[in-house]
Design a binder for this molecule. Structure first.
Ligand code: GAL
Length: 717
């Protein structure tokens, strides 16, 4: 953290709202102006210039200002005269300082790497194509290893140079002659700033202060309304059935799940539930679902929720087509019209149709597909929309707009929805949706779990298919430790028991995840209240001293003509909730390294001490995904695998430390918790006079979401 002058500290802490800095003597960076920062909340500052276009915060929940205030003050992270902007005819640009040793994380839901330093990103909603910045959730938010976060609040396509754009009047590193010193020469000389720009006439930027990166992530999430609390059923087992399945096929499928003793909490219907798909009619197929109301009632009676797939492009035959016609854009996608959902009336038409045709019948959520898409699928950048809004900005916000409409619509009926979406943007923490992709790299899927926490989104490494029983197990294990336990069999038709010899292993892994519901649900509550992501990158974890090194960058005139060093990063382990470290195995691995943060860590399955602040090597066991628990970790688990049977609780304690844990519970479906209808049960592990660990349970409030019995299990003792 940079030292800031005393005067500056005074300014931050004693000014009421606005503080501004006039430029110091002489311009540090020629042609650029100093940004003026306004403190909007403790630890949150805003600067803006010019006009910034559609505001993503119009599609977000109101900020949780009290929760931000509870985090207290944070230091302003930069020198007063070191942040700049520039406005030319075409572009609005900002420049924020970067210290020599800083790492930069975030910049959206990427599938590769964590530290973004040394790269250039064009942040564009797109189906993932491996191009830097083209992704499902290209969120222009980054977190520094020095603790602060920055949000460029724009819905325009932002180009951002993360420590690569060297100004002639910036602090440049010393030039090195490549011929005589090829080892030290750098193809991308480190720059002393992050520079970003958009095509347009202004920008708005926020700084989220923090002593640790987690703190700034919390502030960002809370500023976006806080994380979501899914309904409990949403944390159960999801299965998406093949595209053309009928009601009868699904009844049969449910029977097979029962026969194979697999739990089932949500059925996802893929395109064929409609009478026209790609583009969509949003109307039921009479052939496959002659009586949707009865179908949904039958499933509800078995405690199974139903989620509908759709994309936003309206089929000419849809019963919605005429009503939405005045609100559609100039171009079609898959021959369907593209509603302008920046117009409230268009959103109303969509939702009143969905209410009558789906929600009234019992549908509890949606999977919003194709809101990303490659350029050749979507509307062109020069399309026009009736609102007059910029088509590029509409594309950036499209997935978010639909999420917000659906989340709010269910909320008005006091119901929590939980669904899937393929694109998102700033404001995503408060939308009840999880991102998924067509891309299917297992390692990338796990990396995305870390990156999701640095971007304020939820991500599911859904399982679809596998080439071997081993891969089936390994992928299943990863998805068990994610925000949505989802088998997406829309094309593969695979069932959990389809791979020989591993069905019991899969079932056991699923059951362990289901038993962890109280722990996971409480982690989501903390996401909601404090902005702490339930699934987190290790770089957000205290005491983690990971892990970045550089390859030697050997010159190779075909593969590496600039002898570039490659960043070697650890992206295959992450945190779930406050105390569990997840370290998945990938197919073919017989052992793997796990980097433990400081403090004692214990094996989840045996309670044995495994290490402290060191790297351990774990031998692969097919039946287990490595899970480690920190000293004093308290893990409440259901005694049964039935997530709706919360009578008996088993509370595991790991290690030696005394600790306490606030267990959250509520009705699991409504928003009554926002009015105080929930219980917080304090689980306390303490040492008695003889130094023996004992458990105590205290109800912290009078509400009634209790358990009949709570058994402590001392895993290490
Ligand atoms: C894809 C989507 C898949 C599946 C499919 C149905 O775009 O990513 O998960 O829903 O459409 O056609």
């Amino acid at each position: 953290m940079k030292i800031i002058s005393n005067n500056f500290v005074l300014l931050i802490f004693f000014s009421t709202t606005i503080f501004a800095f006039s430029q110091t003597q002489g311009t540090l960076i020629s042609d650029m102006n100093t940004l003026r920062w306004e403190k909007v909340l403790p630890g949150v500052w805003k600067a803006s210039f010019g006009e910034s276009g559609l505001n993503p915060f119009d599609y977000s929940a109101p900020s949780k200002t009290n929760a931000i205030k509870n985090l207290g003050e944070a230091p302003f992270p930069f020198d007063v005269d070191s942040t700049f902007y520039q406005l030319t005819n075409e572009r609005a640009t900002i420049r924020l300082p970067l210290s020599k040793t800083e790492s930069i994380y975030g910049m959206g839901l990427e599938f590769n790497g964590l530290n973004r330093r040394g790269n250039v990103y064009t942040l564009k909603v797109d189906h993932y194509g491996g191009t830097m910045g083209y992704t499902h959730a290209p969120i222009p938010f980054y977190v520094s290893s020095e603790g602060y976060g920055v949000l460029i609040n724009s819905s325009k396509r932002i180009k951002i140079y993360v420590g690569t754009a060297n100004r002639k009047d910036g602090k440049q590193t010393k030039p090195i002659d490549r011929t005589t010193n090829p080892r030290d020469w750098e193809a991308r000389p480190a720059a002393d700033a992050i520079e970003a720009s958009v095509q347009g006439s202004g920008l708005e930027i926020y700084i989220f202060g923090g002593i640790t990166p987690l703190e700034s992530v919390q502030r960002y999430n809370l500023f976006c309304g806080g994380g979501i609390l899914p309904p409990k059923w949403g944390l159960g087992f999801w299965h998406r059935t093949p595209t053309a399945y009928s009601d009868e096929d699904i009844y049969q499928e449910i029977k097979e799940f029962e026969e194979n003793r697999f739990p089932l909490h949500v059925i996802g219907l893929e395109p064929g539930w409609q009478n026209f798909a790609y583009p969509c009619s949003y109307d039921w197929s009479e052939e496959r679902f002659p009586n949707p109301k009865e179908f949904l009632r039958n499933l509800k009676n078995q405690d199974i929720e139903v989620n509908l797939w759709e994309n936003p492009y309206v089929a000419p035959t849809s019963s919605l087509a005429d009503k939405i016609k005045p609100y559609v854009g100039s171009h079609t996608v898959w021959h369907g019209t593209v509603p302008d959902y920046s117009i409230p009336e268009a959103r109303k038409i969509l939702m009143s149709h969905h209410q009558k045709e789906h929600i009234d019948l019992g549908i509890s959520g949606y999977k919003i597909d194709e809101v990303d898409g490659y350029d050749f699928w979507l509307w062109p950048d020069h399309a026009s929309f009736p609102s007059g809004n910029d088509p590029v900005e509409i594309r950036q916000l499209y997935g978010l707009m639909i999420q917000k409409e659906i989340t709010d619509h269910f909320k008005q009926q006091n119901k929590r929805t939980y669904g899937l979406v393929r694109s998102s943007y700033i404001g995503s923490p408060s939308q009840n949706f999880v991102i998924y992709s067509d891309y299917y790299g297992h390692k990338g899927y796990v990396t995305a779990l870390s990156n999701s926490s640095l971007a304020g989104v939820l991500w599911t490494p859904e399982i679809r298919d596998a080439k071997s029983p081993e891969e089936w197990v390994r992928r299943f294990q990863s998805v068990c430790y994610s925000p949505m336990l989802l088998l997406n069999a829309w094309a593969s038709k695979t069932k959990p028991w389809d791979f020989e010899g591993v069905t019991d292993i899969i079932r056991e892994n699923v059951e362990t995840r289901l038993k962890l519901l109280p722990y996971l649900y409480t982690a989501f509550y903390n996401y909601n209240q404090q902005g702490i992501p339930p699934f987190r990158a290790m770089v957000l974890e205290k005491g983690y001293l990971g892990t970045e090194s550089l390859s030697d960058g050997a010159l190779d005139d075909v593969k590496n003509p600039y002898a570039e060093k490659t960043k070697l990063e650890v992206t295959d382990q992450y945190m779930m909730g406050p105390s569990i470290l997840v370290a998945p195995f990938f197919t073919g691995q017989t052992k793997r390294d796990v980097i433990l943060p400081k403090g004692n860590w214990y094996d989840f399955y045996t309670g044995e001490l495994v290490g402290n602040g060191n790297t351990i090597t774990v031998a692969a066991k097919l039946e287990q995904i490595p899970l480690f628990v920190k000293d004093g970790g308290i893990i409440p688990m259901l005694a049964s695998t039935d997530i709706f049977d919360e009578q008996n609780l088993e509370v595991r304690h790991y290690g030696q430390k005394q600790n306490h844990y606030l267990l959250y519970n509520d009705d699991g479906v409504s928003y009554n918790f926002e009015g105080g209808d929930f219980s917080l049960i304090q689980l306390q592990a303490f040492q008695d006079k003889n130094g023996k660990l004992k458990g105590k349970v205290k109800n912290s409030n009078s509400k009634d979401y209790r358990y009949n019995s709570i058994n402590w299990i001392w895993m290490t003792y």
